[in-house]
Design a protein around this ligand. Structure first.
Ligand code: PGA
Length: 251
């Protein structure tokens, strides 16, 4: 594990974009695992800028971590819309090469199997982007999700619905109760993983994830077992790490 700490969000996003651009330039047909939430927004803006300056994403295939169950892909708070607005409209990834769990599918179990298989058929994920929830979730894998889980239907934790209420008129009861999420095993099968975290409110969770025990009660702690993972943090999110952590580098 490498932990890189940046003075602010902007330099964190720039570094993440450089890592994604390097992956795409080295392997134009890269399979990328993408995430939603506020933390990756700066990275997506930077990738859009790099595309305008010549970065070609036409060979890339993408899989998103998750989508709410029961909302239309056109719903303004769906992750489909999030991805269109914040990345896909600004780069040249063909729509047929982007996949997001179909939360509106009639048969959710079949959709979970389709999604997992689609990732395998694409050759697996080369580079996976993650955020981290206050409860340590990765994707929508809430605490106590078994590490062996593949793409599955999840019941969102109350804390997650409160955190995401900002996308649903600030009303937690409007946030769907369920979602489809790539599983912890699905995530751990990615060849490389980059987790982004910014802000003081994530500091305790980040410290527990990288320095605490590997436990299903804090899903992100499983990343300690992955051979190629980078935590990109701003100073605030790194605030509770021990200063002599051997994996820590300050940018
Ligand atoms: P955030 O979400 O980037 O909006 O904080 C992260 C997450 O819940 O995974």
């Amino acid at each position: 594990m490498q932990i890189l700490v940046f003075p602010e969000r902007k330099s964190l996003s720039l570094h993440a974009a450089k890592m994604f651009a390097a992956q795409i330039e080295a392997v134009p047909e890269s399979v990328l695992g993408l995430a939603t939430g506020s933390t990756p927004l700066g990275l997506y803006q930077e990738l859009a800028l790099q595309h305008r300056e010549g970065l070609n994403l036409s060979g890339v295939t993408t899989f998103n971590l998750d989508e709410y169950v029961g909302i239309d892909p056109d719903h303004e708070a769906s992750f489909n819309q999030f991805m269109k607005t914040n990345l896909f409209q600004h780069v040249n990834i063909p729509a047929a090469q982007t996949d997001i769990p179909r939360g509106h599918a009639g048969d959710l179990a079949a959709e979970c199997s389709r999604y997992e298989q689609a990732i395998r058929n694409a050759g697996g994920i080369d580079l996976q982007l993650l955020g981290i929830g206050h409860n340590g979730h990765i994707g929508f894998n809430e605490p106590n999700t078994p590490f062996e889980t593949v793409t599955h239907v999840v019941t969102l934790a109350a804390k997650t619905r409160v955190a995401n209420a900002r996308y649903f008129g600030a009303e937690p009861s409007q946030v769907p109760e369920k979602a489809i999420s790539a599983g912890i095993k699905t995530i751990m099968q990615a060849k490389k993983i980059i987790l982004l975290a910014a802000g003081e409110d994530k500091a305790e969770t980040v410290a527990a994830a990288v320095e605490g025990p590997v436990t299903t009660s804090l899903p992100a702690s499983v990343l300690q077992l992955h051979p190629q993972v980078w935590f990109l943090l701003d100073t605030d999110a790194a605030g509770k790490l021990s200063s002599n952590n051997p994996d820590l580098l300050r940018a």
